[in-house]
Design a binder for this molecule. Structure first.
Ligand SMILES: Nc1ncnc2c1ncn2[C@@H]1O[C@H](COP(=O)(O)OP(=O)(O)OP(=O)(O)O)[C@@H](O)[C@H]1O
Ligand SMILES: [Mg+2]
Length: 322
């Protein structure tokens, strides 16, 4: 799946054929997507789906086994310094130094990123303001609540004024009031910056993001706006059918079967495969066979495919951990 841009500007992030193995097991496989400039993109998937793996690669913290990522045209492996300058990263577990005060920690992180002392001073004031940390400037990080620590994590991610922000589960484990505030903060940041955030909670990405990619078992399985995803959540099942017939003739016949909501087609090694979405609770195997055979085509195979989007959604909506 490749994302097409509607404007002329190339994507801020372009991911092609990304695959990563830890030992013999693929954590992500052939992941392709683009992120437009200024967009807030949600990366949604259940535990172990491959979100953190993808983000660690995007931010240049780990080279991929295969595939290519560019950020503003720079290859993340060949130009990792440039890429790191452009990206602010809130990792899944932020390495915060608990015996440093908020200000000292932010100064330290600015220095690590090669910023000049005067720029650091100015930016500390800015990020403390943006992340609403005024009262905690001199507080030791170890004394902060989880929600405020997360804000310090976001503050360090934006200290060097990156064009892109990558946030890995930014609201996990914080209380509901702080969740609302953190979501608002991310949306505000998203007005100026390109943001990619991950979550395993559907309402979270719906609240913040303009577009959502769903990742499951290391593969991107859907891409849509939050409202379209909500419509798709109405329920459906997915089947793959192989039919011996002319594609241009088969497509309209399948689409005319009552209860089929969507049909797509691909060719695989000279076989014509149709993926159909069926309204939840319907068993259309008879109807489909009859429609195919009465048209004079052969029905070569018919099977339910993997986890339906709905199954994934169920897992995503029932794992709210607030
Ligand atoms: N360092 C590692 N060594 C070996 N396997 C790993 C490592 N990190 C992740 N994995 C495996 O890779 C797969 C993807 O993990 P990843 O952490 O990217 O998922 P995730 O979507 O971020 O999950 P979560 O929602 O739990 O954070 C999982 O099967 C995980 O067990
Ligand atoms: Mg993760």
């Amino acid at each position: 799946m490749t994302t097409q841009t509607t404007d002329q500007a190339p994507d801020m992030i372009q991911v092609t054929g990304l695959t990563h193995y830890y030992g013999p097991h693929p954590a992500i496989q052939d992941v392709n997507f683009g992120v437009r400039r200024g967009e807030i993109l949600g990366f949604l998937g259940p535990n172990g789906a491959g979100k953190t793996t993808t983000m660690r690669i995007l931010t240049g913290y780990m080279p991929p086994t295969r595939g290519k990522v560019t950020v503003d045209g720079y290859d993340i492996v060949e130009k990792s310094l440039e890429v790191r300058r452009k990206i602010g990263y809130l990792p899944e577990t932020v390495p915060l130094y608990t015996d440093m005060t908020v200000t000292n920690y932010l100064r330290y992180m600015g220095t690590l990123r090669g910023m000049a002392p005067r720029a650091i001073k100015r930016r500390i004031n800015d990020v403390i303001d943006v992340c609403r940390l005024e009262q905690y400037r001199k507080t030791f990080i170890g004394k902060l609540s989880k929600g405020f620590r997360q804000r310090v994590g976001i503050a360090q991610a934006i200290i060097h004024e990156p064009e892109v922000l990558v946030l890995d589960e930014p609201t996990i484990g914080i209380d509901p009031i702080q969740v609302v505030e953190t979501r608002k903060l991310i949306q505000d940041l998203g007005k100026e910056q390109t943001v990619v955030l991950s979550s395993h909670i559907l309402p979270e990405v719906s609240a913040i993001c303009e577009r959502v990619l769903i990742i499951n078992e290391g593969r991107i399985v859907a891409e849509d706006t939050p409202s379209n995803l909500a419509d798709r959540l109405q329920g459906m099942e997915r089947m793959e059918i192989e039919i011996g017939g002319t594609v241009a003739e088969v497509l309209p016949v399948l689409r005319s079967v009552e209860g089929i909501t969507d049909v797509s087609h691909r060719r695989s090694e000279d076989r014509e495969i149709y993926t159909i979405q069926i309204r939840r609770g319907l068993d259309l195997r008879d109807e489909i066979s009859r429609a195919v055979i009465s048209s004079g085509w052969s029905l070569l195979s018919m099977q339910s495919v993997g986890m339906s989007l709905e199954d994934i959604f169920l897992r995503l909506t029932t794992h709210e951990e607030l």
